[in-house]
Design a protein around this ligand. Structure first.
Ligand code: ARG
Length: 262
């Protein structure tokens, strides 16, 4: 994906302006892109957590309160014992997080029944409470209104997932912006036709792919510009592929289950 991004920027050189040349040179030497084609996060989203198995990052997580982390159910599909799991918080760099052991977790009882990745949500309880720190560790907020996903809105997702499909995993947190798509919009309509979308899911991305979450970003928070939780990264075919946007768990739809299991 990094490659096609570069190719696009080189194609921009057709204009052959000096600025274009400089930009093209710059973009081809800037190290690594993204989540896929995002940017390195410069400020810590305080609600952002890394779910780790035997101290290895496996998924993102969202701080709901000082004992509770939200993640994707499929992150716990291996049914690892809670004692193998911990949650890292408070650092943009994976090797700098403060880790808290997990006491137990609850996976949505209807996870994946009938449709793959349906109800992709799980709640983890920590053995000891998180120490909140302004600007680096704290709970996410919920949007005031319930309802359908905010179609057309630009939301942001962050994670320590792969920088390209099958590519490398960063130590730094990356972030990108994606647009909420209707099921019948380009980028989402393929999944819809294939019968892969349920009402606990929605798509966010771009018709041409371009930027997306990727493996290892699952469980991370998709938030609006007020940092309110709208979705959690769930699945996608490949990463940043044209016609294949990212699919997110519709947390609003699952709000009562999440509340009841906090
Ligand atoms: N399911 C993958 C994970 O476990 C990736 C989720 C997002 N994929 C995507 N292309 N948006 O991390």
């Amino acid at each position: 994906m990094a490659w096609s991004w570069r190719r696009t920027s080189w194609r921009g050189l057709a204009g052959v302006t000096l600025v274009g040349t400089l930009l093209g040179l710059l973009s081809s030497t800037v190290p690594a892109h993204a989540i896929v084609n995002g940017t390195k996060a410069t400020r810590m989203p305080p609600y952002m957590a890394s779910l780790q198995e035997y101290r290895r990052h496996i998924c993102g997580g969202v701080i709901l309160d000082d004992r509770t982390i939200l993640t994707a159910a499929h992150c716990l599909q291996r049914q690892s014992p809670p004692s193998a799991l911990s949650v890292g918080v408070g650092s943009l760099r994976l090797d700098g997080t403060t880790n808290y052991p997990v006491e137990k977790y609850v996976v949505h009882p209807q996870y994946s029944m009938f449709v793959e990745y349906n109800n992709d949500v799980a709640v983890l309880k920590l053995a000891t409470p998180l120490t909140f720190k302004p600007g680096s560790v704290g709970p996410v907020s919920w949007p005031p209104s319930s309802g359908q996903p905010p179609y057309g809105q630009i939301l942001s997702i962050a994670g320590w997932g792969l920088l390209s499909e099958g590519g490398s995993a960063p130590n730094d947190l990356y972030t990108t912006n994606v647009m909420v798509l209707r099921n019948d919009e380009e980028g989402c309509s393929n999944y819809s036709r294939e019968g892969r979308l349920s009402d606990t899911m929605f798509c966010a991305g771009y018709p041409d792919g371009h930027t997306d979450a990727c493996q290892g970003d699952s469980g991370g928070a998709l938030v609006n510009r007020y940092n309110e939780l709208v979705g959690i990264a769930s699945w996608g075919q490949g990463c940043a592929l044209p016609g294949r946007a990212g699919v997110y768990t519709n947390v609003n739809k699952l709000y009562s289950w999440i509340k009841a299991n906090m």
